[in-house]
Design a protein around this ligand. Structure first.
Ligand code: UDP
Length: 320
Protein backbone atom coordinates (compact mmCIF):
# COMPACT_ATOMS: atom_id res chain seq x y z
CA UNK A 1 0.00 0.00 0.00
CA UNK A 2 1.47 3.42 -0.87
CA UNK A 3 2.41 5.49 2.13
CA UNK A 4 0.40 8.69 2.20
CA UNK A 5 0.88 10.20 5.63
CA UNK A 6 4.33 11.53 6.40
CA UNK A 7 5.68 11.77 9.94
CA UNK A 8 7.66 14.70 11.24
CA UNK A 9 9.53 14.94 14.54
CA UNK A 10 9.81 18.53 15.76
CA UNK A 11 12.25 19.03 18.63
CA UNK A 12 11.51 22.15 20.63
CA UNK A 13 7.98 21.73 19.31
CA UNK A 14 6.37 23.51 22.29
CA UNK A 15 8.47 26.62 21.79
CA UNK A 16 7.67 29.76 19.85
CA UNK A 17 8.80 28.62 16.40
CA UNK A 18 8.36 24.92 17.14
CA UNK A 19 4.68 25.27 17.98
CA UNK A 20 3.98 27.20 14.76
CA UNK A 21 5.78 24.43 12.89
CA UNK A 22 3.59 21.81 14.62
CA UNK A 23 0.55 23.71 13.31
CA UNK A 24 1.92 24.09 9.79
CA UNK A 25 3.00 20.48 9.29
CA UNK A 26 -0.22 19.25 10.87
CA UNK A 27 -2.20 21.37 8.38
CA UNK A 28 -0.07 19.95 5.56
CA UNK A 29 -1.31 16.50 6.58
CA UNK A 30 1.73 15.26 8.47
CA UNK A 31 1.66 13.05 11.50
CA UNK A 32 3.36 15.39 14.02
CA UNK A 33 5.51 14.26 16.93
CA UNK A 34 6.32 17.23 19.13
CA UNK A 35 9.26 16.70 21.49
CA UNK A 36 10.14 19.22 24.17
CA UNK A 37 11.47 19.21 27.73
CA UNK A 38 9.46 22.38 28.43
CA UNK A 39 12.49 24.23 29.80
CA UNK A 40 11.63 27.31 27.76
CA UNK A 41 8.69 25.92 25.74
CA UNK A 42 5.14 25.75 27.10
CA UNK A 43 2.37 23.17 26.75
CA UNK A 44 -0.11 26.05 26.21
CA UNK A 45 1.51 26.71 22.83
CA UNK A 46 0.37 23.33 21.54
CA UNK A 47 -2.62 22.52 23.74
CA UNK A 48 -5.03 23.06 20.82
CA UNK A 49 -3.38 20.06 19.13
CA UNK A 50 -3.73 17.70 22.08
CA UNK A 51 -6.24 14.95 21.45
CA UNK A 52 -5.92 15.14 17.65
CA UNK A 53 -5.10 11.76 16.18
CA UNK A 54 -2.13 12.91 14.07
CA UNK A 55 -0.47 14.74 16.97
CA UNK A 56 1.71 13.31 19.73
CA UNK A 57 3.56 15.18 22.46
CA UNK A 58 6.64 13.61 24.03
CA UNK A 59 8.26 15.30 27.02
CA UNK A 60 11.93 14.56 26.53
CA UNK A 61 15.33 16.23 26.79
CA UNK A 62 16.93 15.77 23.37
CA UNK A 63 20.44 15.75 24.80
CA UNK A 64 19.52 12.21 25.95
CA UNK A 65 19.09 9.30 23.55
CA UNK A 66 15.95 9.84 21.43
CA UNK A 67 13.66 6.95 20.69
CA UNK A 68 10.68 7.21 18.37
CA UNK A 69 8.90 4.06 17.31
CA UNK A 70 7.82 3.62 13.69
CA UNK A 71 8.83 5.58 10.65
CA UNK A 72 9.95 9.20 10.60
CA UNK A 73 10.33 11.11 7.32
CA UNK A 74 11.51 14.47 8.56
CA UNK A 75 13.27 15.78 11.68
CA UNK A 76 13.11 19.51 12.42
CA UNK A 77 15.64 20.27 15.13
CA UNK A 78 14.41 23.43 16.85
CA UNK A 79 15.14 22.65 20.51
CA UNK A 80 17.24 25.38 22.17
CA UNK A 81 16.93 28.32 24.50
CA UNK A 82 16.86 31.25 22.09
CA UNK A 83 17.02 34.54 23.95
CA UNK A 84 20.13 36.10 25.50
CA UNK A 85 18.52 36.00 28.98
CA UNK A 86 17.80 32.28 28.62
CA UNK A 87 21.26 31.39 27.56
CA UNK A 88 22.80 33.49 30.30
CA UNK A 89 20.68 31.53 32.78
CA UNK A 90 21.20 28.16 31.07
CA UNK A 91 24.64 28.35 29.45
CA UNK A 92 25.48 24.68 29.77
CA UNK A 93 22.07 23.42 28.66
CA UNK A 94 22.34 25.77 25.66
CA UNK A 95 25.70 24.29 24.71
CA UNK A 96 24.42 20.77 25.30
CA UNK A 97 21.26 21.05 23.23
CA UNK A 98 23.14 22.58 20.29
CA UNK A 99 25.86 19.94 20.40
CA UNK A 100 24.65 16.72 22.06
CA UNK A 101 21.03 17.41 21.09
CA UNK A 102 21.92 17.98 17.43
CA UNK A 103 23.98 14.78 17.50
CA UNK A 104 21.05 12.77 18.91
CA UNK A 105 18.57 14.28 16.47
CA UNK A 106 20.90 13.55 13.54
CA UNK A 107 21.39 10.01 14.82
CA UNK A 108 17.64 9.50 14.82
CA UNK A 109 17.35 10.94 11.29
CA UNK A 110 20.04 8.56 10.09
CA UNK A 111 18.40 5.58 11.80
CA UNK A 112 15.02 6.41 10.25
CA UNK A 113 16.42 7.44 6.87
CA UNK A 114 14.68 10.78 7.44
CA UNK A 115 15.49 14.23 6.14
CA UNK A 116 16.96 16.55 8.79
CA UNK A 117 16.58 20.31 9.08
CA UNK A 118 18.67 22.30 11.57
CA UNK A 119 17.38 25.55 13.03
CA UNK A 120 20.56 27.56 12.86
CA UNK A 121 20.79 31.27 13.42
CA UNK A 122 22.09 34.63 12.26
CA UNK A 123 24.18 34.43 15.45
CA UNK A 124 26.65 32.26 13.53
CA UNK A 125 27.69 35.59 11.95
CA UNK A 126 28.38 37.06 15.42
CA UNK A 127 29.10 40.81 15.32
CA UNK A 128 29.40 40.83 11.54
CA UNK A 129 32.09 42.59 9.55
CA UNK A 130 30.08 42.43 6.33
CA UNK A 131 26.70 43.94 5.72
CA UNK A 132 24.19 42.57 4.86
CA UNK A 133 25.13 39.04 5.84
CA UNK A 134 25.14 36.41 3.14
CA UNK A 135 25.60 32.68 3.64
CA UNK A 136 29.17 32.80 2.36
CA UNK A 137 30.29 34.94 5.33
CA UNK A 138 32.02 32.89 8.06
CA UNK A 139 31.24 35.19 10.93
CA UNK A 140 32.88 37.09 13.77
CA UNK A 141 32.02 35.28 17.00
CA UNK A 142 33.64 35.66 20.41
CA UNK A 143 33.77 32.03 21.58
CA UNK A 144 34.27 32.89 25.25
CA UNK A 145 31.76 35.74 25.55
CA UNK A 146 28.34 35.46 27.21
CA UNK A 147 26.62 34.92 23.86
CA UNK A 148 29.28 32.41 22.78
CA UNK A 149 27.38 29.51 24.37
CA UNK A 150 24.57 29.95 21.85
CA UNK A 151 26.61 31.06 18.86
CA UNK A 152 29.19 28.31 19.16
CA UNK A 153 26.60 25.62 19.89
CA UNK A 154 24.81 26.56 16.68
CA UNK A 155 28.07 26.70 14.74
CA UNK A 156 28.95 23.25 16.09
CA UNK A 157 25.44 22.09 15.12
CA UNK A 158 26.04 23.23 11.55
CA UNK A 159 29.40 21.44 11.45
CA UNK A 160 27.82 18.26 12.83
CA UNK A 161 24.96 18.49 10.33
CA UNK A 162 27.35 18.78 7.39
CA UNK A 163 29.47 15.92 8.76
CA UNK A 164 26.38 13.66 8.90
CA UNK A 165 25.58 14.69 5.37
CA UNK A 166 29.07 14.09 4.03
CA UNK A 167 30.00 11.02 6.05
CA UNK A 168 26.65 9.27 6.50
CA UNK A 169 24.76 10.63 3.50
CA UNK A 170 21.92 12.05 5.62
CA UNK A 171 19.77 14.48 3.64
CA UNK A 172 20.29 17.69 5.59
CA UNK A 173 19.07 21.27 5.44
CA UNK A 174 20.30 24.29 7.42
CA UNK A 175 18.15 27.37 8.02
CA UNK A 176 19.94 30.46 9.38
CA UNK A 177 17.10 32.21 11.12
CA UNK A 178 17.20 35.97 11.76
CA UNK A 179 15.17 37.77 14.46
CA UNK A 180 11.60 36.52 14.28
CA UNK A 181 8.54 37.63 16.25
CA UNK A 182 4.85 36.95 16.59
CA UNK A 183 2.19 35.37 18.79
CA UNK A 184 3.46 32.80 21.35
CA UNK A 185 6.69 34.64 21.98
CA UNK A 186 7.27 34.63 25.69
CA UNK A 187 6.40 38.02 27.15
CA UNK A 188 9.38 37.89 29.47
CA UNK A 189 12.02 36.24 27.35
CA UNK A 190 14.07 39.44 27.56
CA UNK A 191 14.33 40.11 23.86
CA UNK A 192 13.77 43.59 22.52
CA UNK A 193 10.44 43.04 20.81
CA UNK A 194 8.46 41.36 23.61
CA UNK A 195 10.08 43.63 26.20
CA UNK A 196 9.22 46.79 24.27
CA UNK A 197 5.67 45.64 23.58
CA UNK A 198 5.06 44.74 27.20
CA UNK A 199 6.53 48.04 28.37
CA UNK A 200 4.56 50.08 25.83
CA UNK A 201 1.28 48.33 26.65
CA UNK A 202 1.88 48.81 30.38
CA UNK A 203 2.77 52.49 29.91
CA UNK A 204 6.28 52.22 31.36
CA UNK A 205 9.50 53.40 29.71
CA UNK A 206 11.02 51.24 27.02
CA UNK A 207 14.55 50.13 27.92
CA UNK A 208 16.84 50.70 24.96
CA UNK A 209 20.33 49.27 25.45
CA UNK A 210 23.30 51.42 24.45
CA UNK A 211 22.40 54.41 22.30
CA UNK A 212 20.01 52.27 20.27
CA UNK A 213 21.98 52.73 17.04
CA UNK A 214 22.50 48.97 16.69
CA UNK A 215 20.24 47.48 14.05
CA UNK A 216 18.10 44.37 13.65
CA UNK A 217 15.78 43.10 10.93
CA UNK A 218 12.55 41.56 12.24
CA UNK A 219 10.60 38.86 10.43
CA UNK A 220 6.99 37.95 11.17
CA UNK A 221 6.57 34.34 12.23
CA UNK A 222 4.19 33.27 9.41
CA UNK A 223 6.75 34.33 6.81
CA UNK A 224 9.51 32.46 8.59
CA UNK A 225 7.44 29.27 8.87
CA UNK A 226 6.70 29.43 5.13
CA UNK A 227 10.44 29.68 4.48
CA UNK A 228 11.20 26.69 6.72
CA UNK A 229 8.48 24.66 5.05
CA UNK A 230 9.81 25.45 1.58
CA UNK A 231 13.39 24.69 2.62
CA UNK A 232 12.31 21.33 4.06
CA UNK A 233 10.72 20.46 0.72
CA UNK A 234 13.71 21.68 -1.33
CA UNK A 235 16.81 19.79 -2.38
CA UNK A 236 19.37 22.32 -1.16
CA UNK A 237 22.10 21.26 1.30
CA UNK A 238 23.99 24.53 1.98
CA UNK A 239 22.73 27.00 4.63
CA UNK A 240 19.93 29.36 3.67
CA UNK A 241 19.26 32.70 5.40
CA UNK A 242 15.63 33.22 6.37
CA UNK A 243 14.63 36.63 7.64
CA UNK A 244 13.18 39.96 6.67
CA UNK A 245 15.79 42.38 5.22
CA UNK A 246 13.85 45.43 6.42
CA UNK A 247 16.46 46.77 8.85
CA UNK A 248 15.81 49.27 11.65
CA UNK A 249 17.81 50.74 14.53
CA UNK A 250 16.68 49.62 17.98
CA UNK A 251 15.92 53.21 18.98
CA UNK A 252 13.69 53.75 15.95
CA UNK A 253 12.11 50.40 16.60
CA UNK A 254 11.25 51.44 20.17
CA UNK A 255 9.69 54.65 18.82
CA UNK A 256 7.71 52.69 16.27
CA UNK A 257 6.33 50.38 18.96
CA UNK A 258 5.28 53.37 21.08
CA UNK A 259 3.48 54.76 18.03
CA UNK A 260 1.81 51.47 16.97
CA UNK A 261 0.55 50.78 20.49
CA UNK A 262 -0.57 54.37 20.93
CA UNK A 263 1.37 54.46 24.19
CA UNK A 264 2.44 57.32 26.48
CA UNK A 265 5.68 55.53 27.36
CA UNK A 266 9.05 57.20 26.99
CA UNK A 267 12.47 55.66 26.41
CA UNK A 268 15.28 55.13 28.91
CA UNK A 269 18.75 54.12 27.87
CA UNK A 270 20.55 51.28 29.66
CA UNK A 271 23.94 49.68 29.37
CA UNK A 272 24.65 47.77 26.16
CA UNK A 273 25.24 44.06 26.83
CA UNK A 274 28.68 42.68 25.91
CA UNK A 275 29.22 41.45 22.33
CA UNK A 276 25.87 42.84 21.24
CA UNK A 277 25.99 42.72 17.41
CA UNK A 278 26.07 46.26 15.94
CA UNK A 279 24.19 45.40 12.77
CA UNK A 280 22.14 42.55 11.40
CA UNK A 281 20.40 42.22 8.08
CA UNK A 282 19.92 39.06 6.04
CA UNK A 283 20.89 38.84 2.41
CA UNK A 284 18.05 36.61 1.20
CA UNK A 285 19.12 36.27 -2.44
CA UNK A 286 19.62 32.53 -1.97
CA UNK A 287 16.16 31.95 -0.45
CA UNK A 288 14.57 34.03 -3.22
CA UNK A 289 16.31 32.09 -5.96
CA UNK A 290 16.09 28.60 -4.52
CA UNK A 291 12.81 28.67 -2.65
CA UNK A 292 11.04 31.51 -4.41
CA UNK A 293 10.57 32.87 -0.90
CA UNK A 294 10.52 36.34 0.55
CA UNK A 295 8.68 37.92 3.49
CA UNK A 296 5.23 39.31 2.80
CA UNK A 297 4.41 40.99 6.13
CA UNK A 298 5.41 44.60 6.72
CA UNK A 299 6.49 45.40 10.27
CA UNK A 300 3.23 47.27 10.81
CA UNK A 301 1.09 44.27 9.82
CA UNK A 302 3.22 41.80 11.75
CA UNK A 303 3.28 43.99 14.83
CA UNK A 304 -0.46 44.52 14.73
CA UNK A 305 -1.04 40.76 14.80
CA UNK A 306 1.46 40.44 17.65
CA UNK A 307 0.07 43.34 19.69
CA UNK A 308 -3.32 41.58 19.79
CA UNK A 309 -1.69 38.51 21.29
CA UNK A 310 0.24 40.54 23.84
CA UNK A 311 -2.86 42.46 24.95
CA UNK A 312 -4.64 39.18 25.51
CA UNK A 313 -1.72 37.66 27.43
CA UNK A 314 -1.40 40.77 29.60
CA UNK A 315 -5.12 40.70 30.33
CA UNK A 316 -5.68 44.05 28.59
CA UNK A 317 -8.74 44.83 26.51
CA UNK A 318 -8.37 45.47 22.78
CA UNK A 319 -8.77 49.22 23.18
CA UNK A 320 -6.81 50.29 26.23
N1 UDP B 1 17.59 45.34 23.50
C1 UDP B 1 17.20 46.55 24.04
N2 UDP B 1 16.32 46.52 25.11
C2 UDP B 1 15.81 45.38 25.63
C3 UDP B 1 16.20 44.16 25.06
C4 UDP B 1 17.09 44.18 23.99
O1 UDP B 1 17.61 47.62 23.60
O2 UDP B 1 15.03 45.46 26.60
C5 UDP B 1 18.52 45.37 22.36
C6 UDP B 1 19.66 44.38 22.43
O3 UDP B 1 20.75 44.92 23.13
C7 UDP B 1 19.97 44.18 20.97
C8 UDP B 1 18.61 44.33 20.29
O4 UDP B 1 17.79 45.03 21.21
O5 UDP B 1 20.81 45.17 20.48
C9 UDP B 1 17.95 43.02 19.94
O6 UDP B 1 18.00 42.21 21.07
P1 UDP B 1 17.27 40.83 21.20
O7 UDP B 1 17.51 40.32 22.57
O8 UDP B 1 15.85 40.98 20.77
O9 UDP B 1 17.92 39.86 20.13
P2 UDP B 1 19.37 39.63 19.55
O10 UDP B 1 19.19 40.01 18.14
O11 UDP B 1 20.39 40.51 20.23
O12 UDP B 1 19.63 38.19 19.77
Amino acid sequence: MPKTIKRVLITGGAGFLGSHLCDRYFEEGYDVICMDNLSTGAAENIEHLFGKDRFTFVKHDVTQYIHVSGEVDLVLHFASPASPIDYLEMPIQTLKVGSLGTHKALGLAMEKDARFLLASTSEVYGDPKTHPQSETYWGNVNPIGDRGVYDEAKRFGEAMTMAYHRYHGVETRIARIFNTYGPRMRLRDGRALPTFLRQALNGVDLTVYGDGSQTRSFCYVDDLIEGIYRLSQSEYIQPVNLGNPDEISIKEFAEEIIEFTDSDSGITFEELPKDDPQVRQPDITRAKELLDWQPTYSRRDGLEATIGYFRQELGLGQDN
